[in-house]
Ligand binder design. Structure first.
Ligand code: ZN
Ligand code: ZN
Length: 479
C-alpha cells in the first residue's frame, strides 16, 4: 500500500464521489466483516438517500470528473474524424489497441482481480494492469470494489449499476450522476496485497495519461509518422469504444438475451453482447458462476478473453484456471429447461382429475348410457357424443360399445390406438365406474401425455413438503 492520499487520488477517476470516499477510509480488514445478516434492508433503512435529481439540483449531482472524461473523449474523437485522414496502419493499430486495453479490463480487472478466477504471473499482472489502465476506467481497486458489490447486491439499490434503474443508468448514468445510496459493502482487502495493484495506485495518474493517450499516439507517430491519427483514433476514438464496450456489460448484458442458467435476476446471455464486450456476453452464466475463468462454456461461443487466459495458461503465464463442475452447471440448465416445460404444461388443458369425477354404479351407467353415448375404457366413463362422427374407424364401431366396456377393444383388441387417441379419449371422461379401476390398469388409465410430468417438490404426494393445496393422484402425478 502506498499511502492513503495516493489511493484516494486514484479513486477519484470515474464514479467515486468525494463524500463516499470520506465515509470509506482505507482499511486492511475485510470491509464486510461486521455487516448485519439483513444487510441490504438494514443498509437501505439506515441510509438517508440523496434527494431525487431535479433540474434545480442537477449541477450538484453531476460527478464532474467522470462527466468530463466521458464527454470530452468522444468530442476529441469526433473532431479528429472531421480533421484528420485515417491511415490504414492507424486503423489497424486502433483495433489492436482496443483489444489490448479491452483485455486489460476483461482478463485483468474483471476475471483476474474482481473474481480471482485464475492466478497470473507477475509479468502478466503488470501487462494487464498497464493495458487496463489504458482503458481509463478507474484503478483496479476502485473498479473491483464496485464490481464485487454489483455481484453481491445484483438488481438492488446497493448494486452500483442496478439494472432495475434502467438501461442508461446501468450503462453510464451511474458514473455521471451521484448515486442515491452508497454501494453495498464489498471486501477488496485481498487486492491491497498485490504489489502490482499498489504500483498502479501509486502511479495511476501518470499511467492513465501514458497508456490512455501517449502510448497509442507514440506507436502511430514513431511507427508510421501519423501523430495526429494516433492521438485522435488510437487514443480518443479507441478509448470511446473501450469505454462503451465495458459499459455494455452492465447495460446490454442485463437486458438482452436468454437466461439459460437462472432467471432470478437480470443478467442475460447473448452473442451480440459477447461481440461488443470482448467476450463478456454470457453474463447469465457469469453471474451464476462468477469464479469460472470462462464466460462462454461452448467452444463455438465468442469469448476471446477466455481464449487469451487459456493461451496464457498454456504459456505458463497463468495457472489455476477455475472451472465450475460441469455437473453443477448442467443442474442450472436443467432447472430452466424444466421451468419452460412447466409453462408449456400449464398452458395445456388436461383430462379432468380423478377426484373431480363422480363415481357411478354399473346400474346407473347402464341407465345413463341409454340416453347418451357413454363408453367405458380402463375404468373411466367417457361421453363420446361429439366424437361419433369424427371417429376415424367409423361411427358404427363406437355405437357398438355404448353402455359397454371397450378397454380391450381400445387397447388392441380391435385396434391398438395411438397415444394421441388415448390423450383425446381422456378429455371425454365424465365419471368413474364404481369398482371399475382394476389393479394393473394404471398404464391404461393414465393417458400417455400425463405419464411423465413436471411437478414442484411440494406437489408430489408423500413428500414431506407436500402442500395441502397441491392436487395429486395416487400415482404421484399432478392432474
Ligand atoms: Zn452483471
Ligand atoms: Zn463479474
Amino acid at each position: 500500500m502506498s499511502s492513503v492520499v495516493e489511493t484516494r487520488k486514484a479513486q477519484t477517476f470515474l464514479g467515486s464521489s468525494p463524500k463516499l470516499r470520506q465515509s470509506e477510509p482505507e482499511k486492511e480488514a475485510s470491509a464486510d466483516n461486521n455487516v448485519p445478516d439483513n444487510y441490504v434492508s438494514w443498509s437501505l433503512r439506515n441510509q438517508k438517500p440523496r434527494p431525487p435529481v431535479t433540474f434545480d439540483n442537477l449541477l450538484d449531482n453531476i460527478q464532474w470528473l467522470s462527466f468530463i472524461i466521458l464527454t470530452v473523449t468522444p468530442a476529441i474523437a469526433i473532431y479528429g474524424l472531421f480533421t484528420t485522414k485515417l491511415q490504414w496502419q492507424t486503423a489497424v493499430w486502433s483495433v489492436v489497441y482496443y483489444f489490448i486495453t479491452g483485455l486489460g479490463i476483461t482478463a485483468g480487472y474483471h476475471r483476474l482481480w474482481a473474481h480471482r478466477s485464475y492466478n497470473a504471473s507477475k509479468p502478466l499482472r503488470y501487462f494487464l494492469a498497464m493495458a487496463g489502465t489504458g482503458a481509463v476506467e478507474g484503478s483496479i481497486k476502485w473498479w473491483c470494489r464496485g464490481h464485487r458489490a454489483h455481484h453481491r447486491y445484483t438488481d438492488t439499490e446497493l448494486d452500483p449499476y442496478n439494472a432495475h434503474k434502467g438501461f442508461w443508468w446501468a450503462h453510464v448514468g451511474w458514473m455521471l450522476i451521484k448515486p442515491q445510496y452508497k454501494p453495498g459493502a464489498a471486501d477488496v482487502s485481498d487486492l491491497s496485497k498485490d504489489p502490482v495493484i499498489r504500483w498502479q495506485h501509486r502511479w495511476y495518474i501518470w499511467l492513465i495519461l501514458g497508456f490512455g493517450m501517449v502510448f497509442p499516439t507514440l506507436v502511430a507517430g514513431l511507427g508510421w509518422g501519423d501523430w495526429a491519427g494516433g492521438f485522435f483514433f488510437a487514443g480518443a476514438g479507441r478509448l470511446c469504444f473501450v469505454h462503451h464496450s465495458t459499459f455494455c456489460v452492465n447495460s446490454l448484458a442485463h437486458w438482452l438475451g436468454e437466461a439459460p442458467f437462472d432467471d432470478k435476476h437480470t443478467p442475460r446471455d447473448h452473442f451480440v453482447t459477447a461481440l461488443v464486450t470482448v467476450g463478456e456476453g454470457y453474463h447469465n452464466f457469469h453471474h451464476q458462476f462468477p469464479m469460472d475463468y470462462r464466460n462462454a462454456i461452448k467452444w463455438y461461443q465468442y469469448d476471446p478473453t477466455k481464449w487469451f487466459i487459456a493461451v496464457c495458461g498454456a504459456l505458463g503465464l497463468a495457472s489455476h484456471l477455475k472451472v465450475f463442475p460441469e455437473n453443477e452447471v448442467r443442474k442450472g440448465q436443467l432447472t430452466m429447461q424444466l421451468k419452460r416445460l412447466r409453462e408449456t404444461q400449464d398452458g395445456l388443458t388436461w383430462a379432468p382429475d380423478v377426484e373431480e369425477l363422480p363415481v357411478i354404479s354399473w346400474e346407473s351407467f347402464q341407465e345413463q348410457a341409454s340416453k347418451r353415448p357413454l363408453i367405458i375404457v380402463a375404468g373411466f366413463i367417457h361421453d363420446v357424443a361429439d366424437f361419433l362422427d369424427e371417429h376415424p374407424g367409423g361411427r358404427h364401431l363406437l355405437v357398438k360399445y355404448v353402455g359397454k366396456d371397450a378397454t380391450t377393444a381400445f387397447f388392441g383388441g380391435v385396434y391398438d390406438h395411438s397415444n394421441a387417441a388415448h390423450n383425446l379419449l381422456s378429455m371425454k371422461r365424465v365419471g368413474i365406474l364404481h369398482g371399475g379401476m382394476q389393479h394393473g390398469l394404471e398404464d391404461k388409465s393414465i393417458p400417455p401425455a400425463q405419464r411423465l410430468r413436471i411437478a414442484r417438490y411440494n406437489e408430489l404426494a408423500g413428500s414431506p413438503y407436500a402442500s395441502s393445496t397441491a392436487v395429486s393422484d395416487n400415482e404421484g402425478m399432478i392432474g
